[in-house]
Design a binder for this molecule. Sequence first.
Ligand code: AP5
Ligand code: ZN
Length: 216
Amino acid sequence: RHLIFLGAPGAGKGTQAQRLAQYLGLPHVSTGDMLRASVQSGSDIGRRAAAVMDSGALVSDDIIVGIVAERLTLEDAVAGVIFDGFPRTVYQAHALDQLLQDSGGVISAVLHIALDDEEIVVRLSGRRVCSGCGAIYHERYHPSLVTAVCDQCGGSLVQREDDQPDVIRKRLAVYQAETAPLIAYYHDRPAYHQIDGHGEADEVFARIVEAVREKD
Ligand code: AP5
Ligand code: ZN
């Protein structure tokens, strides 16, 4: 049983996926995190992906489907995973359906977090992430943490390369063109839920838990 988070950049997918992973005891599979780890390690994929990511465009479907297929073969993925940032194109959604058909897996929830563009820009321009463990912070909502360090691992908090205003605008445009069509792709499935992304992270999480519970 696999869960998918869908939504614009900055809608809160990563924040909520980290929580839900803990709550359900399933691995959090973020293609963005995996790509950033590849960039850090200087691997072949990382070298090919770095410039694309910094520009706000999407990495090629072949690379993404390859890393996801490989991730799903790991032992901890057998009970299901929480996808964050994947699928992101109709091609990727088809590829996932195919992979699951072959392995007998199902998509038990598609959680589409909806948030308006103005709030998205506020959230992305103030985002800080832990360079050690990937925990997600925001300068406005966690003011004491901006100059300090991660309260989970002590790592330093940094701004993502792609959280510059011009790149944020590009990412939102790419989302509308490439990823928003996935809403129609999943909309008529019973697993689909639209979640209101406004309000405190705790409130949003409560909405998600309610949606996921309905399915059990
Ligand atoms: P990726 O890492 O997936 O980034 P994204 O989709 O742009 O999403 P974000 O991580 O920016 O936002 P989020 O929704 O997770 O928000 P967050 O929880 O952090 O992708 C990066 C790049 O990698 C892509 O551009 C592409 O190049 C490549 N890539 C990745 N996957 C790919 C794929 N499948 N195919 C092709 N290319 C791919 O929250 C944002 C901020 O808001 C944080 O500061 C947080 O603290 C704050 N916040 C969250 N919730 C709340 C709340 N309720 N109230 C107040 N603040 C909140
Ligand atoms: Zn940390």
